[in-house]
Ligand binder design. Structure first.
Ligand code: CP
Length: 353
């Protein structure tokens, strides 16, 4: 693999995805053959935000490969609570561990960590921005149970503004052929402009609609998402959209008999419990696939040699105005930018500058 950190799905080529999936499929078929895959390796799980699937599946992935895990699930138990910077935390932890798995409420936090880390950093979710290993779980499920990711009509439904899994999945599907997106969201929770710019730049086909039921019959995959209550600025705003989409067994009557229902989980009320036993419900299997594809990823990244990063420019004032961007709190970060659709954007959170 050519990538050292996994921050954004754009870090992987299609060929790298295919190699990763091929290893994952072998692990799924014979997990005992990989019990030594990370023997002697140590993984640090730094979770600044709650998690069930990502934290535990990364832990079990490393344990099943014969490695060890340490870390925290509550930053109050680390020196972050005393005011330690992200840079200092990462410099220390990357000296102790062979790979860092990091989740943060701040957009661009994993990218920032990768600048100072001597070991690979894996983005386990950064605010409402990206969640590339969830995308690995999503693609693994589609590939294994549909047989192909190409030629896909996919509906993304729910909170497309704050749903980081959606943003990562759109980026990943840019690498596949003949994908058509149905982006199903209320106007206030539509995809961010930087994602539209990304899709337009690549000539990707997408339509934005507000209703789920009219488009269900067209879909090969329906990807439901939770309304991300924790990312709203007020309880009142959340109440306006709470429960706006609920997939029920009744609604599935109009879907194709082989449509796959995916959800990154956790769910709140957007998929009714009566859907769970429908053969089209793949979301629990999707979470299981997530552990195996993370095993495949760790075999690459945790086995890389440590590499001390070179010095970087010290920032002064953040150029990015996104209040949730990591550059707002870690002001020493170098002021990195990139072009998306010809527009200059923050290289940490992707927002237009
Ligand atoms: N899908 C996912 O990221 O779940 P957790 O928040 O439980 O890790």
């Amino acid at each position: 693999m050519s990538f050292r950190h996994l921050i954004d799905f754009g870090d992987l080529s299609r060929q790298e995805w295919e190699e990763l999936y091929a290893r994952c499929a072998k692990i799924m078929d014979d997990p005992d053959a990989y019990m030594e895959g990370c023997r002697g390796r140590v993984q640090a799980n730094l979770f600044y935000e709650p998690s069930t699937r990502t934290n535990f599946s990364f832990q079990t992935a490393m344990l099943r490969l014969g490695g060890k895990v340490f870390g925290f699930a509550d930053p109050k138990s680390s020196s972050t609570a005393k005011g330690e910077s992200l840079k200092d935390t990462i410099k220390m932890v990357s000296a102790y561990a062979d790979v860092i798995v990091m989740r943060s409420p701040k957009e661009g936090a994993a990218k920032a960590a990768s600048i100072y880390s001597e070991t690979p950093v894996i983005n386990a979710g950064d605010g409402g921005h990206m969640h590339p290993t969830q995308t690995l779980a999503d693609l693994t499920t589609i590939q294994r149970y549909r047989g192909s990711i190409d030629d896909l009509n996919i509906g993304l439904c729910g909170d497309l503004k704050n749903g980081r899994t959606v943003h990562s999945l759109i980026k990943a599907l840019a690498k596949f052929d003949n994908i058509r997106f149905y982006l199903i969201a209320p106007r206030e929770l539509a995809v961010p402009e930087y994602m539209r710019a990304f899709m337009r730049e690549r000539g990707m086909k997408f339509v934005e609609v507000t209703g789920l039921e009219p488009v269900i019959p067209m879909l090969d995959v329906l990807y439901m998402t939770r309304i991300q209550q924790e990312r709203f600025s007020s309880p009142w705003e959340y109440e306006q959209v709470r429960g706006i989409y609920v997939l029920t067994r009744k609604k599935l009557e109009r879907a194709k008999p082989d449509m796959m229902v995916l959800h990154p989980l956790p769910r709140v009320d957007e998929i009714s419990v009566d859907v769970d036993d429908d053969p089209r419900a793949y979301y629990f299997e999707q979470a299981r696939c997530g552990m195996y594809i993370r095993m495949a990823l760790l075999m690459d990244l945790a086995n890389q040699p440590h590499r001390i990063p070179g010095p970087v420019e010290i920032g002064a004032t953040p150029r990015c105005s996104n209040p949730n961007c990591i550059t707002q709190s870690e002001k020493y970060l170098p002021p990195l930018t990139k072009l998306v659709g010809g527009v200059e954007c923050c290289a940490y959170c992707d927002k237009e500058l």
